[in-house]
Design a protein. Structure first.
Length: 192
């Protein structure tokens, strides 16, 4: 069926439930494509996010370990963060996040993918940025609430341990796989 043949939902009313510098939670009253009325359909607006897949000349992945309150513990992740107000280029934002969180920089950062964190409820986008040839060049610049340790992991070991939950953040796993594919390092073709 052609997606254009299905009518869109109609927002009949909207109210802000919570708004601060990080999130805007909205409760919408909607009419779906079949005419059903849905009350308090919550959506979340965040700034867009960037996840950086930074690979050193020695084929190591630059990772960060930090406390994540939702997880209630320290986890291993890609360098990542929110795009700042006024930033419109995810590659530039990714280079900034990489530098601030790890002190690493790369000759060039490039956007490889833009996805939705959750198409049901999230209105922001999550960008995957590839940074090849990353080297330690700067001091870190951590913000309040960031207690970050930088770790270099051999890329083959990271890939071998993804299924064990080495990187528990699903958006980071998808960014890693898509960036490695864009770099010609991973073949995502289906085999018979």
């Amino acid at each position: 069926m052609d997606d254009d043949a299905i009518p869109d939902w109609t927002v009949l009313g909207s109210r802000s439930v919570l708004r601060d510098r990080w999130i805007d939670i909205t409760a919408d009253r909607c009419r779906d494509a079949r005419g059903n009325i849905l009350e308090d359909f919550y959506t979340f607006a965040y700034p867009d996010w960037v996840n950086v897949v930074a690979i050193t000349p020695r084929d190591e992945l630059v990772l960060v370990r930090q406390y994540r309150h939702g997880w209630q513990g320290r986890v291993l992740e890609l360098p990542a963060g929110a795009m700042d107000a006024g930033e419109d280029d995810p590659a530039v934002a990714g280079a900034r996040e990489l530098r601030e969180e790890t002190g690493y920089a790369a000759p060039g950062c490039r956007l490889v993918s833009t996805l939705s964190p959750n198409t049901v409820t999230h209105r922001n986008r999550c960008h995957a940025v590839l940074a090849l040839g990353a080297e330690l060049r700067h001091p870190t610049a951590h913000e309040a609430g960031e207690d970050i340790t930088v770790e270099l992991w051999p890329l083959p070991e990271v890939l071998a341990r993804l299924g064990e939950g080495l990187l528990p953040q699903v958006m980071h796993v998808s960014a890693l796989l898509l960036a490695l594919s864009a770099a010609g390092r991973l073949d995502l073709r289906l085999r018979p």
